[in-house]
Design a protein around this ligand. Sequence first.
Ligand SMILES: Cc1cc2nc3c(=O)[nH]c(=O)nc-3n(C[C@H](O)[C@H](O)[C@H](O)COP(=O)(O)O)c2cc1C
Ligand code: SF4
Ligand code: SF4
Length: 253
Amino acid sequence: MIGVYFSGTGNTKHCVSTFVKLINNESTSLPLESKDTKNYIRNEKDTIVFGYPTQFSNAPIFVRDFIRKNKDILKGKNIFIISTMGLFSGDGTGCTARLFKKVGAKVIGGLQVRMPDNVCDVNTLKKSKEENRDIIYKADIKIKESVKAYINGHPTQEGLSAFSHIAGLFGQRLWFYSRTKNYSNKIKINTDKCMSCGKCTTLCPTSNLIMNNKSVESKNKCTMCYRCISQCPQRAITLIGNEVVQQYSYDKC
Ligand SMILES: Cc1cc2nc3c(=O)[nH]c(=O)nc-3n(C[C@H](O)[C@H](O)[C@H](O)COP(=O)(O)O)c2cc1C
Ligand code: SF4
Ligand code: SF4
């Protein structure tokens, strides 16, 4: 078993790595943006645990693009999907399960895990550190139970039913589809706050941010992962909101 994940702020990385480690005794997991990931998938004969965060009850476009563009390596593979969410996703796993089926992969199970919300520039859903730790504690219990079911030959099927599909579609995806349809061009850099340290440009998984004459420029390839926003030392970057209210990353919980 291997793990492959897309994770802006660490939640999904944690969930996929924990799942895989409980089965393999070691965490053989790689981020989707790594140059080694495709070979990793190509060579895997057992299950691939594939994780990503929910965005407006959908998978990030970066993740959907990866699946669509890699039919050759995904065809015939066994996939167990983990989606993480701040509150609600409906069919957080189901929305890629349908894509995986289209490229000829076999989806053997799904798990939807509630983790802390990572949208740092909007006040809604913000929790204290203690509350976030409690959410993670409960998530870990849920992952352990799902691992048990997997080992017993009955992988959990969360988010994969027709009912979940309807919940995801009408709960959010339909109304917010335009936000995840393309890569975003909505990243805002506050030039008064930015100190040109370059940290965001090295962190971005899509190389969307570049330094140009000591200013940060966005190339409109943002997949809305919130990594740069949660780690900018100057809190100079925003996306949905206009001010960073509380930076979040799993490592700081
Ligand atoms: C742009 C965006 C949209 C999101 N939409 C949802 C959502 O529809 N439902 C939900 O429960 N959480 C939503 N979240 C929260 C994340 O799914 C959640 O915090 C996730 O665990 C982050 O994972 P990561 O740290 O691996 O990136 C959203 C986060 C972002 C950045
Ligand atoms: S991380 Fe923040 S301060 Fe550093 S270059 Fe990026 S926007 Fe500027
Ligand atoms: S610009 Fe920021 S939010 Fe957008 S993909 Fe890059 S790191 Fe993620």
